[in-house]
Design a protein around this ligand. Structure first.
Ligand code: NAP
Length: 290
C-alpha cells in the first residue's frame, strides 16, 4: 500500500505520522502547503504541491479534511486524475449523502471508496487508537485493513457506503448528550461548594463514569478548555445530525439544545475552544452576572 494523505490538520497530521510509522505513507498534500512541507521534513515523504502530482506514486488516498464541500471538491479532483483500481478512504466527518455522492462519482472511474470517519479525538489520532466506523463493500474494507490498523484500535464495517458516516452521526449525538450532562453536573457540584477533584474521582468511578468526565472534568472546573475537539467542528457535525433527523420530520432535543448553546459560544468568540467550554454556559446559570 502506498498512501497519499490529504488534509494535515489537528487529526490528519498525526494520522499521517502513524501511516508513516507503519511504512505505508508515500506523499502528503495540504491546502496550506507549509504543513505538508513540515511533515515531509519530519518523515522524508513527498510534499505534493497539487493533488494530481500524487496520482502516479500512490495506490491509496486517505482524506481527513473539514467539511462536505471539501470532500466533494477533492473527490472531484481525484476522479479526474487517479488510475482505475485506486482506493479512496475518507476519514472526515461529513453526511452519509456526501459519502454516497463521492463514491458514486469515483465509481464512474472504477475507483473504490470507503467512508471511514473516526472517533477518539486528537489523542486517539496521535496514539493510533481511533475507533473507525466504515461504510463500503466488504472487499474494499478488507483491502483498507493495513491503513485502518495503523490508524485505529478498532475498525468496524457497518454496511454499504454512507453507513460509516451515519454511525458517526450516532456517535456525535451521544457525545453532545454526555457533554451536556457532565458540564451541567459539574457546574451544579461547584454551586454546592463541593471539592471538585474528589467529586470527579468518585463520580467517575460509578455509573456516571465517562471519558469526558475523567479527561475533561479536571480542566473545565479550573476554567481551562485545552483543545481536543473544537466547538465549531462539533457544531458542524450536529448540523449534519439535525439534517438527517429532519428528513424523518424529527427534531432531536439534545441536538437542538446543543446547537443553540454552541451558537452562543461562537457568538462569545469561543468557537475554537474544546467542547468542554460548554461549562462556561452551565457555570453562568449559577452566576448570572458573571
Ligand atoms: P482541522 O484541524 O481544521 O484540519 C482540516 C485540514 O484539512 C486542514 O489542514 C485544512 O487545510 C485541510 N483542508 C480543508 N479543506 C481542504 C480542501 N478543500 N482541500 C485541501 N485541504 C483541505 O480539522 P481536524 O480537527 O483535523 O478535523 C478533520 C476532520 O476530522 C473533520 O471533518 C472533523 O469533523 C473530523 N474529526 C475531528 C476530530 C477532532 O477531535 N478534531 C475528531 C474526529 C473527527 P488548511 O491547513 O489549509 O486549513
Amino acid at each position: 500500500m502506498k498512501v497519499g494523505f490529504i488534509g494535515l490538520g489537528a487529526m490528519g497530521y498525526p494520522m499521517a505520522l502513524n501511516l508513516r510509522k507503519a511504512r505505508l505513507l508515500t506523499a502528503v498534500y495540504n491546502r496550506t502547503h507549509s504543513k505538508a512541507e513540515a511533515l515531509a521534513g519530519e518523515t522524508g515523504c513527498v510534499a505534493a504541491c497539487a493533488i494530481p502530482d500524487m496520482a502516479a506514486q500512490c495506490d491509496t488516498f486517505v482524506l481527513c479534511v473539514s467539511a462536505d464541500q471539501d470532500v466533494l471538491a477533492i473527490t472531484d479532483t481525484l476522479a479526474g486524475c487517479l488510475h482505475p483500481g485506486t482506493l479512496v478512504m475518507d476519514c472526515s466527518t461529513v453526511s452519509a449523502d456526501t459519502a454516497r455522492k463521492a463514491a458514486g462519482h469515483l465509481a464512474q472511474h472504477a475507483i473504490a471508496f470507503l467512508d471511514c470517519p473516526v472517533s477518539g479525538g486528537t489523542e486517539g489520532a496521535k496514539n493510533g487508537t481511533l475507533a473507525i466506523m466504515c461504510g463500503g463493500e466488504e472487499k474494499v474494507f478488507e483491502r483498507a485493513q493495513p491503513a485502518l490498523n495503523a490508524l485505529g484500535k478498532r475498525s468496524v464495517l457497518l454496511g454499504p457506503v454512507g453507513a460509516g458516516q451515519a454511525t458517526k452521526a450516532v456517535n456525535q449525538i451521544a457525545v453532545a448528550g454526555i457533554a451536556q450532562a457532565v458540564t451541567e453536573a459539574l457546574a451544579f457540584a461547584e454551586a454546592q461548594s463541593l471539592p471538585l477533584d474528589r467529586v470527579i474521582e468518585v463520580v467517575g468511578s460509578g455509573a456516571a463514569a465517562s471519558w469526558f468526565l475523567s479527561h475533561r472534568g479536571p480542566s473545565m472546573v479550573r476554567g481551562q478548555y485545552p483543545l481536543g475537539f473544537k466547538v465549531a467542528l462539533h457544531k458542524k457535525d450536529l448540523e449534519i445530525c439535525q439534517r438527517m433527523a429532519g428528513v424523518r420530520g424529527v427534531r432531536l432535543p439534545v441536538v437542538e439544545m446543543t446547537l443553540l448553546h454552541y451558537q452562543r459560544l461562537l457568538e462569545g468568540g469561543h468557537g475554537d475552544e474544546d467542547i468542554s467550554s460548554l461549562f462556561r454556559l452551565k457555570h453562568a446559570l449559577f452566576t448570572p452576572s458573571a
